[in-house]
Design a protein around this ligand. Sequence first.
Ligand code: HEC
Length: 134
Amino acid sequence: MKTPKYLSGISLALCGIIFVNTPAPAQTKWIAPASANTLKNPGSCDAATMKEAKTIYTSTCAPCHGVKGKGDGPAAVALNPKPADHTSKAIQQESDGSLFWKLSEGRGAMQAYKSQLTDKQRWGLICYIRTLKK
Ligand code: HEC
């Protein structure tokens, strides 16, 4: 039997409704694997490292995380989930290794920086994030 044209139209419409109504997967809390906690900064948070980190943070991270790290950069408006507030207790309580892992691996709008920034630069940014504590 030939399917009447209007039926395929209806199924198309139904598909559209189902597609549009499917909620985005719930954004779960971002947790680094336990092994990340054992990662340690092989260098130090010396003055030169901090200076470079501040420059990178201001140019690369601030558009989303804000100059002061509060997660209120100009690009944050359009993002869901919002960029992390680096001054918050929750972030400051995370281990250096966990933050380093997230910065390296990324998730969603937070891109993976492991191929864009060297290990040293990424550890420097963790040093810098510690200075943003409230
Ligand atoms: C395009 C916007 C954007 C830029 C640029 C960006 N981030 Fe993010 N960042 C995010 C978002 C959004 C999240 C939250 C992601 C999530 O929870 O899925 C996040 C999360 C993080 C986290 C994890 C916080 C936590 O513990 O949950 C760290 C660390 C971080 N960003 C550091 C940085 C650093 C350092 C830079 C600069 C090199 C940077 N980000 C650049 C948007 C951005």
